[in-house]
Ligand binder design. Sequence first.
Ligand code: ADP
Length: 466
Amino acid sequence: MIKKISNQFLSSYLFVFLLTTMVTTLAVVLLSFASGLIEGRLVKERYPARAIIKEDYTQIDASAVVKNGGGVQVVNKDYQVVYSEGLDTIGKSQLSAEEFTAFLMESSDQPYHYDIVYQPQGEYWLIVTFPTSIRLSFSVVHNPAAVPDDMAMASKVIAAISLIYLTILALLASGYSRFMAAQITEPLHQLSEGTRLLRAGDYSARVDLKLKNEFANLQETFNDMAARIEQEMTLRKKSENDRRRLILDISHDLKNPLASIQGYTELCMKKKDLSEQERREYLQAIYQNSHRANLLLADLFELSQMDSPQFLLKPVEIEVCEYLRQICGALIPPLEQAGFQYEFDIPEKNIPVRLDPPRFSRIFQNLTDNAVRYNRPGTVISVSLREEKADVVICFADDGCGIPNHLVEDIFKPFVRVDDARNSKTGGSGLGLAIAKKIARAHQGDLTLDIKYNNGSAFMIRIPKI
Ligand code: ADP
């Protein structure tokens, strides 16, 4: 069973509330006890009027009272102050009857303590005065002779006050416990709502608690995790779409040559009176289509091979300018044969790089095939090399028909073509640039299309220098 945090808070606050009540009761008892203790030890209690009173007031020894900061006055039956030593709060030598009565009545409210005793033989009042140092008027006394009405009234008042006190305390405790519980349950609620949304597949779910405590850390971790999952899911969706498109493209590209092969083979088998001319034509078509299918499968195999963990380059340290010169030299015959022009700009420098020569030359082979395949004779192919910080950049450009801007990124994806219909005529597998880019990346470099370079197509091959 789930224990609600707000209930746990309430029970712990009620416990604190109970403790507070107990401690308050104890404080009352202790205060009463302390009051008695202090009262009994005050100076005024040590020198009461009774202790120094004499029948003849002239015999009174006021020295101890005066020494402790007090005073002694004697008022005779005519309200005349006949003796005064030390502290004098009466301030007169003769009082009227009203004044003396007022003094006797108000004496308890003064910041002085008066102990007043009447001496019947000497017919005088002895007044011992001490300044009040501390007054603890709180005490609980048990008196069996107390008036029952007083006791009942006092009990009712105390009960009512206690009830009000307890009600206020209980209300505060429950209100505060709810408030404190909300500080925890509210962020938890929002976090669990976020988690629920995430589980339900809403990867854009984020939590904004507007807090700066430990929950903020949790929120940050949650949002970070959600962002990663979202990114991961987008990638997964994209790669799933790519995979689906790839299968569709492969089957589409294989369907045509295989259908032709099947058709021509059937013709060869079923047509009895096949002329030599027809036979040669059909076999030619079968050969061309099987060659195309084979080319596509070989390229596909190469592409998927490069994705496998077993794919390993065999890089060797090589001088890139010299290597590129050899590559360009080998390009000249096919370019000339196709009626293309060419210009090479390779510096006389010694720049070492690490590459797998046969694999890397596949990039140039694919780029040259494309340049020749998609451009008219007379097109100029230029190859140049330059250093850029830690990299070597080889530019392979033509001034032909070019590739549209919107395909700058996608043209390197498998089966992406500028003109789909052109493929059947040109005979490319649609994988040439994808393979070339993978090879460049396997060399810690890259292959990109630079649309700003010229009006034709300019491919940049980048590899790190040693
Ligand atoms: P394909 O087998 O179709 O040539 P690639 O991946 O090698 O596949 O090239 C993808 C597409 O890029 C080509 O179909 C073509 O439309 C375009 N392309 C590649 N190189 C060039 C170029 N030098 N000039 C014009 N278009 C090009």
